[in-house]
Design a protein around this ligand. Structure first.
Ligand SMILES: *[C@@H]1O[C@H](CO)[C@@H](O)[C@H](O)[C@H]1NC(C)=O
Ligand SMILES: *[C@@H]1O[C@H](CO)[C@@H](O)[C@H](O)[C@H]1NC(C)=O
Ligand SMILES: *[C@@H]1O[C@H](CO)[C@@H](O)[C@H](O)[C@H]1NC(C)=O
Ligand SMILES: *[C@@H]1O[C@H](CO)[C@@H](O)[C@H](O)[C@H]1NC(C)=O
Ligand SMILES: *[C@@H]1O[C@H](CO)[C@@H](O)[C@H](O)[C@H]1NC(C)=O
Length: 325
């Protein structure tokens, strides 16, 4: 059996896994979802940071961002999670983007944005996506953006580094601390300080980060914990720590997976019809209710609320509510 055949078979099999409940396969269908710094304040040139004057003097780790889950998968098919493209997501105010990466089917040296399998949904190359982010950062100098990537094929970190360099976006990537170390939750700089430092793209990877090799791609689970994903309970009543398993909330920022799935013949697919309700600012099952439940448990607001169909509901209102102290 040739390696290519094996790879093709593997990819087909992983496509077929979608017919299984996604929960049976950890990470399938809904896996995820940065200079030595000081916490001193130094506002941006305009005195407005991410559109908010208060944020210039507020630590990155004390801000709630609504985020786009599976941000590149745009369209009306069941495996697509968003209605509007990345630029439109950024322009509506989204400042936290999550995306899945896999090796391309046709070229094993290329990182592609695919949903579980590149046969199912292939939204183009990671490099092209990063070029879009770079253009947007070029045009929006007072904005800090966070990118959370998943590494579904356990690709070596150097390939991610090469792709960021090829896109020219590595020059924007924030380096929180010395290689091999983790910045403490209370040590994150203010947005003003990040903006004046010019390194306005904060990058995390779910698995396989190694800051000794690529110093700006940070280990997601050293910095965050997450609530369960593949949620099919419209009330979002479970705010337990799902990953990293057994983790402590202390010292970690946290991300809540606030996107609803519906079971269609055994596969969990994004519940498009419920999106306006799920993404409401307030009310049963809303962003506000989910965040309030979590805040009750952990004594602080979530750092990230990851959502499908970000154009539906009231994401920006929900974010403003969570960020008003
Ligand atoms: C920034 O925050 C610090 C501590 O939170 C405070 O001492 C300082 O007065 C603030 N500066 C401005 C300009 O608001
Ligand atoms: C993204 O969407 C906007 C608004 O619909 C549109 O104007 C723009 O051309 C789109 N960009 C790309 C690259 O498709
Ligand atoms: C809540 O989520 C945790 C972590 O994933 C899980 O262990 C637990 O079984 C869930 N509880 C309920 C009631 O589903
Ligand atoms: C929230 O909605 C669910 C059904 O989606 C319902 O069972 C529950 O009673 C509602 N809770 C409140 C507080 O309204
Ligand atoms: C930011 O700090 C305030 C004051 O301690 C707290 O109420 C809020 O929940 C914090 N937000 C986040 C995202 O940590």
């Amino acid at each position: 059996m040739s390696p290519n055949y094996t790879r093709l078979t593997g990819a087909l099999l992983s496509g077929l896994l979608l017919l299984q409940p996604a929960s049976a396969v950890p990470g399938v269908m809904h896996p995820r979802a940065s200079s030595t710094s000081s916490a001193s304040s130094s506002p941006s040139a305009t005195g407005v940071c991410n559109g908010n004057a208060d944020f210039c003097n507020r630590s990155y780790s004390n801000i709630t961002f609504v985020g786009s889950h599976d941000s590149p998968f745009v369209g009306s098919l069941p495996q697509q999670n968003q209605n509007i493209n990345i630029t439109a997501q950024l322009n509506m105010g989204i400042r936290f983007l999550q995306a899945q990466t896999h090796h391309s089917i046709t070229d094993d040296s290329v990182l592609e944005l695919c949903h579980t399998s590149c046969f199912l949904e292939d939204a183009g190359t990671l490099q092209s996506y990063l070029e879009t982010l770079k253009s947007w950062l070029d045009a929006n100098p007072n904005e800090v953006l966070t990118l959370l990537l998943t590494n579904g094929d356990s690709v070596d970190i150097s390939e991610f580094g090469d792709t960021f360099s090829a896109a020219g976006v590595d020059s924007y990537a924030f380096v929180p601390t010395s290689a091999g170390e983790t910045l403490g939750i209370s040590d994150w700089p203010t947005l003003g300080s990040i903006i004046s430092g010019g390194k306005r793209l904060v990058v995390f990877l779910d698995y396989g980060a190694d800051t000794n090799t690529v110093n700006y791609i940070n280990d997601e689970f050293a910095y965050y914990f997450e609530t369960p994903y593949d949620v099919t309970d419209a009330t979002f009543s479970n705010c337990s720590i799902d990953r990293p398993p057994g983790a402590s909330a202390d010292g970690r920022m946290y991300l809540i997976n606030h996107y609803l799935d519906v079971d269609i013949v055994g596969a969990d697919v994004p519940d498009r019809g419920a999106a306006a309700h799920t993404n409401a600012a307030m009310g049963n099952g809303s962003i506000g209710a989910n965040a309030a439940l979590c805040e009750g448990l952990y004594g602080r607001a979530p750092n990230v609320v990851l959502c499908d169909f970000v154009d539906q509901g009231q994401l920006m209102q929900a974010q403003a509510n969570l960020d008003s102290l």
